[in-house]
Design a protein around this ligand. Structure first.
Ligand code: R5P
Length: 306
């Protein structure tokens, strides 16, 4: 068997987030790995790895948001192609782990998609996963492979301090599920924590009750996901009703579906800070309130360390 002496890792990207992939390879100072991604006439995905990966460590970036089913299958097929081409180890970088919110059987007849997808990734041939702000820390335990779980709160905190002009703020959890990342943010920024109790009436609407005091204080709402934006907009409204000064939100994953951008624009939020874990394209150009911070260095530094 030929022994590939080249120890430089190769970095491939699925089609979900080529902009982030480019930023990361630029930081690493390596060219992107060449892969042909095509679609057969019947809609199936075609993949051809155009590099010699035998005996090499390879990274594959794919964010499973916006079109999760397609990107997930594309990732699995890329991994299969790499495995069959004798890559030594395959490290998947999934900045947004789709299907993560269905992480328990909350009613009879419900699936646990987070576990299902974790199983699919664990058995696909991936030897390690790098991911960012999982919906719940315990999801790491769903994987049978090592997980490098990165956190964005220090990136988001830097931007928040800029927006608040270095004035102090309280960190608000828009629901009990976000308390863990809120505590992380509060610790990083030496801020107090206030919690909102949220009850979801439908996927589009929520009712909320504030536990704590935000009167005459700047508020930083912290969450992992902004999907329909119902949660952060309702939380901002509640904080304003309770006489908060400026309300800014810092959310890792900007899925922002449907009319989320318009909701954000017409909300009482003064700004929303997102990362580019989910592709940005020009999706946010309709809102002057959205600022995006890049996770490229965070990921590139992790690759350098590993
Ligand atoms: C919920 O558990 C999450 O942390 C987010 O609060 C939620 O996914 C946000 O969804 P939406 O933007 O649709 O309210």
């Amino acid at each position: 068997m030929a022994n590939n002496q080249n120890q430089t890792p190769l970095f491939f990207s699925g089609s979900s987030h080529t902009a982030l992939a480019q930023e990361i390879v630029d930081e690493l100072g390596i060219p992107p790995g060449r892969v042909a991604l095509t679609q057969f006439p019947d809609g199936e995905t075609g993949v051809e790895i155009l590099e010699d990966v035998r005996g090499r460590t390879v990274y594959v970036l794919q964010s499973t948001a916006l079109n999760p089913n397609f990107y997930l299958v594309e990732l699995l097929i890329i991994v299969d192609a790499l495995k069959r081409a004798s890559a030594k180890e395959i490290i998947a970088i999934v900045p947004y782990f789709g299907y993560c919110r269905q992480d328990r059987k909350d009613k009879p007849g419900a699936p646990i998609t987070a576990k299902l997808i974790a199983n699919m990734l664990s058995t696909s041939g991936i030897s390690q996963l790098i991911t960012v702000d999982l919906h719940a820390g315990q999801l790491e335990g769903f994987f049978e492979i090592p997980v490098d779980h990165l956190h964005c709160q220090s990136l988001l905190a830097k931007e928040a301090f800029k927006l608040f002009g270095n004035q102090p703020f309280v960190v608000v959890a828009p629901d009990l599920g976000s308390v863990k990342i809120v505590e992380k943010m509060a610790k990083l920024t030496s801020s107090d924590v206030v919690v909102i109790e949220k009850q979801r009436l439908s996927s589009e609407s929520v009712v909320m009750r504030l536990i704590g005091n935000v009167a005459n204080k700047n508020v930083l709402l912290v969450d992992d996901i902004c999907s329909t934006a119902s949660t952060i907009c309702a939380a901002a409204e509640l904080c304003k009703r309770e006489n908060a000064k400026q309300v800014v939100a810092a959310v890792t994953h900007g899925i922002c579906t449907g009319d989320a951008i318009q909701k954000i624009e017409s909300s009482t939020l003064s700004s929303l800070i997102l990362t580019n874990s989910v592709p940005v394209f020009n999706r946010f150009s309709a809102s002057s309130k959205i600022a995006v911070v890049s996770i490229a260095s965070l990921v590139a530094n992790t690759i350098k360390k590993t």
